[in-house]
Design a binder for this molecule. Structure first.
Ligand code: CMC
Length: 427
């Protein structure tokens, strides 16, 4: 099949098929409006591909996720976050020399411009870290005016390194500011995750040794979040970038998109929901009942996914990491028991089974972050840190594609057809 025919009355559109290497192929509907005088409607873009992409493959029915062809299970088990960042952005795993150079460059760009401190201090102490992070990311464009051209490969390369290097510092400093603690500067003798943990949790008053168990688990969590195709935040990055806005503004838009509770904000919402269940006496079936009640706005946070309709492979890995981390750290968290009970009850309930609602990536991640010592309102910035290489890869792919166009969806206008202006004293 290389074409699809769409007919309306006597007119027809012969839409060319764009073949996928694996998974769903697409057909190009771009001439539907000019031929049939109609636009296509697809609420939430559940059936629409804006473009072809070589970055991430997802098969929601079979629970498959691959970055550049590599299964997520292998990457999570054996990979290092920075090599996965390289893979996503450059298409191939780096060789030893390439990885050393890339890692060295990231390490040497982790300092923030000193005057950026004042930016953090302009926020109220209870500001949400996602808002601070989005603002700080956006502000980076003002510090690096030399690297704003989205079509310039050198500018993209240096901005990619600066963002991956500086996001951990910005996240840690937003935390320190909120905690009324002194900022901790990056240390070049530590690896990426250990350096981040050190900037988060060390204080001048005593030595801090980043735990290898926590650093390893964080590495896995970051890899699991690193890309997920053209999801809400990546599409936001692409949409803003499609107008040729710079990469910092575009990534900042991605951070804002991620903050919503239906997207990355769900990891914080899951923990708050588990706390609510525990505080309420721990009756999980009561909350499952609330989630099923159409008159109750309550949803089981961390359940359901637009694409995964069998299981979320990331959730499977995260569940076993949660068990390992809690055991190795000797943490006995009642939230984990409640989460497991909730999963059991929901997975046997016809409401969830018939709608194919399974635990997603956010369901267990918060329990691990909590065991690591992160407060709940920092969970979504950790998702952002993980997703950053994916946003950058999506931005790069779109910006360097000569066939890219500014995103400009159509609409079916359904307001008043035509009416005359009435002066205010006659209304
Ligand atoms: N609890 C109760 N009912 C649900 C839930 C849930 N978590 N999720 C979906 N449903 C129901 C929904 O009410 C609808 O029922 P009906 O057909 O009777 O009207 C049906 O399932 C389909 O839901 P939908 O909202 O049309 O599905 P969607 O693909 O538009 O939304 C989702 C996907 C992830 C936004 C949604 O499942 C949800 O709100 N989940 C909770 C929030 C969450 O965990 N988000 C993280 C997603 S994974 C990571 C990420 O993307 O950031």
């Amino acid at each position: 099949m290389s074409e699809v025919v769409i007919r309306s009355g006597d007119n027809e559109v012969v839409a060319q098929v764009i073949e996928a290497t694996t998974g769903d192929s697409g057909f190009d509907i771009s001439s539907v409006r000019s031929t049939l005088g109609m636009v296509t409607v697809d609420r939430g873009f559940g059936n629409t591909a804006e473009s072809a992409s070589t970055i991430t493959y997802i098969n929601g029915e079979a629970g498959i996720l691959r970055y550049r062809g590599y299964p997520i299970e292998q990457l999570a088990e054996k990979g290092d976050f920075l090599e996965i960042a390289y893979l996503l952005n450059y298409g191939e795993l780096p060789d030893k020399g390439q990885l050393e150079t890339f890692t060295g460059q990231i390490t040497r760009h982790s300092l923030l411009r000193e005057d950026m401190k004042y930016l953090f201090e302009a926020f109220p102490h209870d500001a949400h870290p996602m808002q601070i992070l989005a603002s700080a990311t956006s502000a980076m464009a003002t510090y690096y005016p030399d690297a704003l051209d989205p079509k310039d490969v050198d500018a993209l390369d240096i901005s990619t390194r600066r963002l991956i290097a500086k996001l951990p510092t910005m996240i840690a400093w937003s935390y320190k500011y909120r905690a009324h603690q002194p900022y901790v500067y990056p240390r070049n003798d530590l690896d990426y995750t250990s350096n981040f943990l050190n900037m988060m949790f060390s204080v001048p008053a005593e030595d801090y040794e980043p735990s290898p168990v926590i650093a390893r688990a964080l590495n896995i969590l970051l890899i699991l979040h690193a890309d997920h195709g053209q999801n809400c935040s990546s599409s936001a990055v692409r949409l803003v970038g499609s107008g040729q806005a710079n990469v910092f503004s575009s990534v900042s838009a991605g951070i804002h998109a991620l903050s919503g509770p239906l997207h990355g904000g769900a990891n914080q919402a899951v923990l708050e929901m588990l706390e609510q269940i525990v505080a309420d006496g721990g009756d999980v079936s009561k909350f499952v009942g609330k989630a099923k009640d159409k008159d109750d706005p309550f949803r089981l946070m961390g359940f359901g996914h637009r694409v995964y309709k069998n299981f979320d492979p990331r959730a499977r890995i995260i569940k076993s990491v949660a068990d390992d981390v809690l055991e190795q750290l000797g943490v006995d968290d009642p939230m984990l028991d409640v989460a497991k009970q909730l999963e059991e009850v929901a997975l046997e309930d016809d409401y969830f089974v018939s709608r194919k609602l399974y635990p997603n990536v956010d369901f267990y991640s918060g329990i691990i972050y909590r065991a690591m010592g992160f407060p709940a309102d920092m969970f979504t910035v950790l998702f952002a840190l993980g997703r950053l290489p994916g946003w950058l890869a999506q931005f790069r792919e779109m910006s360097l594609d000569p066939a890219s166009r500014i995103f400009r969806p159509r609409q079916v206008y359904s307001g008043p057809a035509d009416r005359d202006y009435v002066p205010v004293d006659q209304r």
